[in-house]
Design a binder for this molecule. Structure first.
Ligand code: FAD
Ligand code: FES
Length: 289
């Protein structure tokens, strides 16, 4: 798919949860070719500081309006600078990048989407697509499991109302919904219950994805996980976003996939999870107002 570098105009920019912002950009070219699960490299500020663009997934794609929406969490300098962009600001973006979700209908229902924190960003457009493609009576078979550390980090409660699907919420501190990790919530509902997912889509911290991968591999469930890695170029040139892949031959050399060009969406069984060191979610290290 053709990548474009486009100068996008900030149309709307609002804080929607703690440290979390929704940014609507007018980007007609990219909005026409982007699909759920793909991402763009964003120049967060004019000039050379910060030098590198930041990868952000498409949260909503609105080709009829020529717009895209991003949902991002402020974790460092780049996302902080981006949070300062006012409507009317021009932002250079490169995209669409990566492979995107392929919601293979033939695998059937129920479908489970598991979002950890800001992992809700790309899953939202996927949800819109799944709901649009499903007959009304199938919507109760599309389940969203959505967890965050605390209630203030969750999107507003009414964000999913129009979708008409079951939404299961968890917080690590018990301030809303199930008290515990979103993967524990998922397992508590599917283990032994009537809801046995045929497809699992997930996006969230690597530690969460490791748990999701263990479950889907153990149950032989079709899966598509959106994975993250630090990215410098986003287009396969720097090789900085490598993750260990399952080797086709046990005696062969280590194999790697590159999140930006082979992903960011991977089947759980294609990644060598035992060789990944999940790191904790970064806490912001700058003054935020
Ligand atoms: C394909 C892809 C899609 C993404 N989509 C989104 C999205 O839709 N919304 C969103 O909020 N974030 C998303 N991210 C993560 C986002 O790119 C980073 O949070 C952002 O680049 C941080 O930039 P910064 O300058 O604010 O922080 P920095 O100052 O660069 O980093 C601050 C801290 O965050 C850590 N960090 C930076 N990038 C990552 C990363 N990719 N994974 C784990 N830790 C990281 C750094 O190691 C450091 O500890 C995505 C990442 C990838 C690879
Ligand atoms: S970010 Fe450069 S190769 Fe993936």
């Amino acid at each position: 798919m053709k990548k474009l570098q486009e100068t996008a105009l900030v149309i709307e920019h609002e804080q929607v949860a703690q440290l979390t912002h929704r940014l609507k950009l007018q980007a007609p070219g990219i909005s026409r070719s982007a699909c759920a699960g793909q991402f763009a490299m964003i120049q967060v500020r004019e000039g050379f500081d910060p030098l590198l663009r930041r990868p952000l997934s498409f949260h909503r794609i609105l080709p009829a309006e020529g717009c895209i929406e991003l949902l991002y969490r402020v974790v460092g300098r780049g996302t902080w600078w981006l949070s300062q962009a006012k409507p009317g600001t021009a932002v250079s973006i490169l995209g669409p990048l990566g492979n995107g979700f392929t919601p293979d209908e033939s695998a059937g229902y129920p479908v489970a989407l598991i979002a950890g924190g800001i992992g809700i960003a790309p899953l939202f457009q996927l949800l819109l697509n799944l709901v649009a493609d499903s007959p009304e009576n199938r919507r109760e078979n599309i389940h969203l499991f959505y967890g965050a550390r605390t209630a203030a980090e969750l999107l507003p409660e009414d964000s999913f109302d129009l979708l008409g699907i079951p939404v299961h919420v968890s917080t690590d501190d018990g301030s809303r919904g199930f008290h515990g990790r979103v993967t524990q919530l998922f397992e508590s509902i599917v283990e032994g219950g009537p809801m046995q997912p045929r497809r699992v889509f997930a996006c969230g911290p690597l530690a969460m994805q490791v748990q999701v991968a263990k479950w889907v591999v153990a149950h032989g469930t079709a899966s598509q996980l959106s994975l993250e890695a630090l990215m410098a170029c986003g287009v396969g040139a720097c090789l900085g976003c490598a993750l260990p892949a399952v080797r086709s031959n046990d005696s062969g050399p280590n194999q790697f996939v590159h999140v930006c060009k082979d992903g960011p969406i991977f089947q759980a069984g294609s990644i060598e999870w035992t060789k990944i060191q999940p790191h904790p979610m970064p806490t912001p290290t700058f003054l935020y107002s």
